[in-house]
Design a protein around this ligand. Structure first.
Ligand SMILES: CC(C)(COP(=O)(O)OP(=O)(O)OC[C@H]1O[C@@H](n2cnc3c(N)ncnc32)[C@H](O)[C@@H]1OP(=O)(O)O)[C@@H](O)C(=O)NCCC(=O)NCCS
Length: 171
């Protein structure tokens, strides 16, 4: 009940320039947010939202409406990525609220389903959230995908991760 009460104080809105600093403090690197908020193409082909509580961002999520040829599954659109909530505020319904807002945008654009990908073994909590909201895994076992990330300091991280693709049909 407490969680539901708090959830009502959370507003989901489009990310804006003034969010770049607080979002970076919340979850570096800066480029993760700045690139999305500044890119005019991305603003047409995606929606980047923040969850705001007491005037500050406490979470975020993005949905892409156009596949990127560099993705391993460019046909899986709309694709939800980078759902994230302040660790101190998890378990209060904020992640669910962000995801529902992204799904609603897909619905309004005329899409009949939404996709996402999850590191199922490392992130059972996220899998539980997605299942509760009606997402179904597209594979019984995950597939091993390579990743390559570069942070603001130029540190490169590479490796492979076990991914499960999930899909939800929108009503
Ligand atoms: C995954 C994440 C976004 C969930 O956000 P959240 O605000 O904590 O989620 P919610 O409070 O909306 O919880 C939704 C569901 O998640 C599950 N959940 C929440 N807290 C949980 C916990 N402590 N243990 C297990 N499951 C939990 C429950 O199924 C919950 O449903 P319920 O409220 O009906 O019980 C958040 O944990 C997070 O930012 N994790 C790190 C980033 C990440 O892994 N993102 C997903 C990438 S695929």
């Amino acid at each position: 009940m407490e969680g539901e009460k708090r959830d009502k104080d959370v507003l989901i809105r489009d990310a804006r320039f003034s969010d770049i600093d607080p979002l970076t403090n919340l979850r570096p690197p800066r480029g993760l947010h700045a690139d999305r908020i500044r890119d005019p193409h991305l603003s047409q082909d995606a929606r980047y939202v923040v969850a705001e509580s007491n005037g500050r961002p406490v979470g975020f999520g993005v949905i892409h409406f156009r596949g990127d040829p560099l993705w391993d599954r460019p046909d899986q659109v709309p694709l939800v990525m980078d759902l994230w909530v302040d660790p101190d505020l998890r378990g209060r319904g904020i992640g669910k609220k962000v995801l529902r807002a992204l799904e609603q945008t897909a619905r309004e654009k005329g899409f009949s389903c939404v996709f996402l990908q999850v590191q199922a073994e490392r992130n059972p909590r996220a899998v539980e959230l997605y299942r509760k909201l009606g997402y179904q895994p597209l594979q019984s076992r995950g597939h091993r995908d390579p990743y390559h990330t570069v942070d603001d300091e130029g540190n490169v991280k590479e490796g492979t991760e076990v991914i499960v693709d999930m899909q939800k049909w929108l009503d």
